[in-house]
Design a protein around this ligand. Sequence first.
Ligand code: SAH
Ligand code: SF4
Ligand code: F3S
Length: 480
Amino acid sequence: MKKIENTNEFETKRQLDIINELKKEYEAEFKRTGINKTYHIETFGCQMNSRDSEKISGILKQIGYIETDTEDADFVLYNTCTVRENANNRVYGRLGYVGRLKKNRPGMLVAICGCMMQETAAVEKIKTSYPFVDIIFGTHNIFKLAELIKTRRENETIGGKQSDRMVIDLWKDTDMIVESLPNDRKYPFKAGVNIVFGCDNYCSYCIVPYVRGRERSRNVKDIIDEIKALADDGVKEVMLLGQNVNSYGKNLNPRVSFAQLLQEIEKIEGIERIRFMTSHPKDLSQELIDVMATSKKICKHLHLPLQSGSSRLLKIMNRKYSKEDYLDLVDRIKKAVPDISLTTDIIVGFPGETEEDFMETIDVVKKVGFDSAFTFLYSKRSGTPAANMDNQVEENIAKERFDRLLDEIQASSAKAAGRDEHTIQDVLVEEVNSQNEDLLTGRLSNNMLVHFPGDKSLIGDIIPVYLKESKGFYYIGEPV
Ligand code: SAH
Ligand code: SF4
Ligand code: F3S
């Protein structure tokens, strides 16, 4: 047998053993009752959380749980986000609801995990206000889920109050990357692949570095092996995930750049499309632009969060680029990849934002011509430097600016829409249209949606489609 030297490999083996142990117990229970246990995951937040939920799902399916689409299940998990305050409030609402369900469902388990659980105040609130929760874990120890279920089941024997049986396992940070555990994919033909965990950027408004820990890149070999296995399994499109993919490899020895990683992925047979998210402007290298310009597989879409167009605010936000740097970067990208679609994130109402600062943002939106943008009202996150700034913007002023920004973004989207009208483009067919069963829905390389008539056997294929008509956010197409 291969000697296990690395603690991470040791952990993989340990967890797989626990998963198998539980699997046997669940099989025995199934023999007695004839009923399979069900699970349901509610996922909040970004693609990082969606990917984590796939890992959670993989472990649960391996144990023997069957997925169901409502919270009326034997095991309900909330994978939380805390990037803005309303994200937290939504979770408390769901917990109130599941608490009532649990009263009528003996043996039901409720777990809460994700970014919100990395904050002490939120955990304390759950312990006191929602004592029926069975398991609490965080962003660093998802791989331990089977072990936590096992402990929770063992705690059942100690009796006492429900809250005494709660299992809480929270890590402040970690340098562990536990590979090769089960995981489940939402789509057979496209998959998210983590390349960097955590974030070291400490933008002054942002909670993510505190809840996701320090930046850690996965080894090139682990990533390539995972993508090769995905390709063998029929995956055609990968989405590489990290809070800042452009800083990939900084902590690897020897150092590897994101552009180099992309070139390795490009060689993998079967993979036809490569996407990535998110690109921090400060780390987007000319090397990457050059690779994007020549690549046959990297998609023609770049999500490049601006946050603000004011160099003054960008400095206070700790973004480490100026308005001019951003515009220059966009120029270089557009020159190298003329048909690129650019999207962005913008925050309105950051502390101290003046009308002049805001107009700088509008100016960048006008100059860049984003295809679309996620716009956010600044939300105070305690623990971040911006939360202590004493010049918070009044809500009504921020809201008014937010509406003006939306108008500007809509104008920009409308201008960008229809660029590819009357051309033939490759489309990855993703699903049957939710509104009209005779139509299929797919995506262009630039991420734009296309609806067109076709048979569902085409799902997962990349096919040429004539873009007959632009409808703003999507095209009506005709397969050729
Ligand atoms: N790593 C990514 C962003 C992750 S968070 C990046 O650097 O671009 C997603 C978005 O949420 C951010 O781009 C930002 O626009 C927004 N956001 C983060 N913290 C916020 C806050 N306190 N208030 C409002 N929006 C926030
Ligand atoms: Fe947050 Fe900035 Fe890190 Fe993005 S790069 S996750 S905005 S701290
Ligand atoms: Fe939210 Fe965590 Fe993502 S805070 S935005 S789910 S990294």
